[in-house]
Unconditional design. Sequence first.
Length: 200
Amino acid sequence: MTDEAGNRVQPAELAEEALVKRAQAGDDGAMHELHRRYYDGIFTLASRWLRDETRARDLAQEVFADAFLNVRRFKGRSKFSTWLFKLARSRLVKQVQQAEHEQAMGTRVDAEAAGAAGLLTAKSAEEVFSERQAYLDVVAAIQKLEPDQAQALTLRFVAGLSLAETAQVLGLSEAAVGMRVMRGRERLKGLLGRRQDGKS
């Protein structure tokens, strides 16, 4: 690959935006580099949701196939990695909903992490998340947050990814993700507190 001046540039040296533009122009090398950068994050997310390595690998490949098939439709209103995550999340939700043998979505919440984060006040985080309605309440509250905070909390506490894994999926530094999680968590606690007050 070469830059605008005609100098040869290694894929790793290119910014995400430049890689996406090259991928939109049909550059296989750029597609390969985007796949290399974000495959592990998408696979990790799929593994946490599906609890099956083979299915997770298949889904990750489907996500990239879908992304590159439709890459020309990507308008750049968000980061490419965020757009990619949304594609993955959409496919995961459909798979989970369609799989009769899968456990209820509530069991996919990392209850220990959510409890430690103080997202809910209860005797036991396990008790809270054993009830599907409580889980749905948390997810509904998360969706009321700012988009960047909602994405970080969804990955961190709903998908159960570590801070490092969340940063990898979003294409951000761990410090940036940590700030989003902290701010989103405080906002979420306020939303949940008001909801609980309204029910009492």
